[in-house]
Design a protein around this ligand. Structure first.
Ligand code: F6P
Length: 323
């Protein structure tokens, strides 16, 4: 392997730049040429690709977003699109790819490997942390810290006004951000998509534990929660209990931006180097991840198809500590 291309795809996540930097520099360190592919798979199809030298990735480890931009390519979902991408790789002599993204990114990469026998290694990059086979995905730690910072501020005003806040955080299909930030902010309750929400349970908690002892509170709701999101739940609770002064905040895309935490920078740097090592070791169709502090290689198939379990201990902790 002599020419390695790197791209970011799907939703951006803080730390993607640190991962790009690591891939580019590890490739060059190992005697390869590095190529930056803009706009995800779209740029691969279009040939929006530039040679990257070490200095091209200077001063980006601390920046959020992705210098390579990102996209969700419709064309790459089709066999024809993937053939075009393969032809472009052939034309430029790029013989391996590192793709940074989430399950959508890896699903495309898996098909691409199957159909065209290309060498691809994935790096988990999504704030949602919902990839099986790795304890952490790049961006998750920063996003949780952003949520914690915001919730702490909301806590101040909630307490000043004796209000009950429902705060919606990202996580289309997963409650990792919600759960971790709930523990870190001392939230009164947390609602996640992995567990069916019983509003009667929430109601019971509010009546028996919250109302008699507390004058303000925070309920964290993952956006993918099946009961319809923070507004819907808050509405139902407010209708049933006009005595609660209810407010809703949806944190939204603020969670996707910002300078990556030290943890995300180190994870991104570690996985960037590991991805290049894996390619040079002739591995393909795998994601590099970190499990119990060790680097692991997880077939795309497994990373995509299995769902990562929530830490139930953290759920129990939320309950124990919210009395
Ligand atoms: O990056 C994943 C995610 O943060 C989800 O939790 C969320 O639903 C989604 O991105 C929203 O992304 P977009 O606005 O880019 O479609």
């Amino acid at each position: 392997i002599k020419k390695i291309g790197v791209l970011t795809s799907g939703g951006d996540a803080p730390g993607m730049n640190a991962a790009i930097r690591a891939v580019v520099r590890a490739a060059i360190f190992n005697g390869c040429e590095a190529y930056g592919i803009y706009d995800g798979y779209e740029g691969l199809i279009e040939g929006n690709i530039v040679r990257m030298h070490s200095h091209d990735v200077s001063n980006i480890i601390q920046r959020g977003g992705t210098i390579l931009k990102t996209a969700r390519s419709e064309e790459f979902r089709t066999p024809e699109g993937r053939t075009k991408a393969y032809e472009k790789m052939q034309e430029l002599g790029i013989d391996a790819l590192v793709v940074i993204g989430g399950d959508g990114t890896f699903s495309g990469a898996r098909l691409f490997c199957q159909e065209h026998n290309v060498h691809i290694v994935g790096i988990p990059g999504t704030i949602d942390n919902d990839l099986y086979g790795t304890d952490y995905t790049i961006g998750y730690d920063t996003a949780v810290n952003t949520v914690v910072d915001a919730v702490d501020k909301i806590r101040d005003t909630a307490s000043a006004h004796n209000r009950l806040f429902f705060i919606e955080v990202m996580g289309r299909d997963a409650g990792f951000i919600a759960l971790r930030s709930a523990v870190a902010t001392g939230a009164e309750a947390v609602l996640v998509p992995e567990i069916e929400t019983d509003l009667n349970d929430l109601d019971r908690y509010l009546e028996h534990d919250y109302k008699p002892h507390k004058s303000s509170g925070i309920v964290i709701v993952a956006e993918g929660d099946k009961s319809g999101g923070a507004y819907t739940i808050a509405d139902q609770i407010a209708k049933k209990h006009p005595e609660y002064d209810v407010r809703v905040t949806v944190l939204g895309h603020i969670q996707r931006g910002g300078s990556p935490s030290a943890f995300d920078r180190v994870t991104a740097s570690t996985l960037g180097v590991a991805a290049v090592d894996a390619l040079l070791d002739d591995q393909t169709s795998i994601m590099v991840g970190i499990m119990n502090k060790d680097i692991v290689h997880v077939p795309f198939n497994k990373a995509i198809k299995n769902s990562k379990p929530l830490n139930h201990n953290l759920l129990d902790i939320t309950e124990v500590l919210s009395i």
